[in-house]
Design a protein around this ligand. Structure first.
Ligand SMILES: NC(=O)c1ccc[n+]([C@@H]2O[C@H](COP(=O)([O-])OP(=O)(O)OC[C@H]3O[C@@H](n4cnc5c(N)ncnc54)[C@H](O)[C@@H]3O)[C@@H](O)[C@H]2O)c1
Length: 205
């Protein structure tokens, strides 16, 4: 009697294991199919880049855009890519988003580096557009010390790179460097009205 009962329990456990295992295999199949579809979609998408101008080796520049995944940077990247240049974006995605530049990912003229410009960057470029910085009060006040580092150490790093490889550098800066201006418009001779202790001081590049 006891023997038969044990057999029934064993059979029940066996059935449970079989059902559970087949469920796992079924779910894994689903996941694999979904992943294969995503890979196919990505591969198909890589074929469809906006048409870029062909530039000869002599005219084509290697251009670094720091903060290239941000608002200003991503539009500049589009412009430079369409003009036929080689573009390298260095961004730590603090406020920038990959989706701003995803339409260039995989293009032979495009490179994306996840890099915090507070750390040195050693690459060979002809031009640098230095736009990396938290750029709105909630972002630059989120970590004021980090904001100061980005705009001081980060900029020194970019100036060092420019000097080392003899590249031209454009720094976006901000009208905040003048503080709350006392005159409009500001002439070249105007030196600003900056509060070095105010909440915006961390951003006064
Ligand atoms: N948008 C404007 O109206 C405006 C006006 C004046 C000045 N600016 C200046 O232009 C530049 C770009 O502004 P935006 O509006 O495109 O801002 P944004 O926030 O959209 O872009 C800034 C980019 O810099 C990146 N970044 C921040 N810290 C970084 C770090 N440590 N290392 C690498 N990348 C980093 C962010 O992830 C982002 O992609 C900023 O320097 C800003 O001060 C912008």
């Amino acid at each position: 009697m006891l023997h038969t009962k044990n057999n029934k329990i064993s059979l029940f456990v066996l059935i449970l294991i079989i059902v559970y295992t087949s469920q796992i295999i079924y779910c894994q199949d689903d996941k694999i199919l979904a992943l294969e579809k995503r890979i196919q979609d990505l591969e198909a998408r890589q074929q469809q880049y906006p048409e870029v101008t062909f530039l000869t080796y002599k005219d084509r520049k290697r251009i670094l855009v720091t903060g290239g995944a941000g608002f200003v940077g991503s539009h500049l990247v589009d412009r430079l890519m369409l003009a036929g240049h080689e573009v390298i974006v260095a961004d730590n995605f603090f406020t920038g988003r990959k989706r701003n530049i995803e339409h260039w990912i995989g293009h032979e003229n495009f490179e994306l580096i996840n890099h915090d410009i507070v750390n040195p960057l050693y690459i060979e470029v002809d031009q640098i557009y230095h736009l990396a910085s938290p750029a709105s009060p909630p972002h630059y006040m989120y970590n004021p010390v980090k904001t100061i580092k980005v705009n001081s150490i980060g900029t020194i790093n970019m100036l060092g790179l420019a000097r080392r490889v003899r590249a031209r550098l454009l720094f976006a800066s901000t009208s905040e460097v003048y503080g709350d201006p006392e005159v409009h418009p500001q002439k070249e001779t105007y030196f600003g009205n900056v509060n070095p202790f105010g909440p915006r001081s961390c951003y006064d590049e």
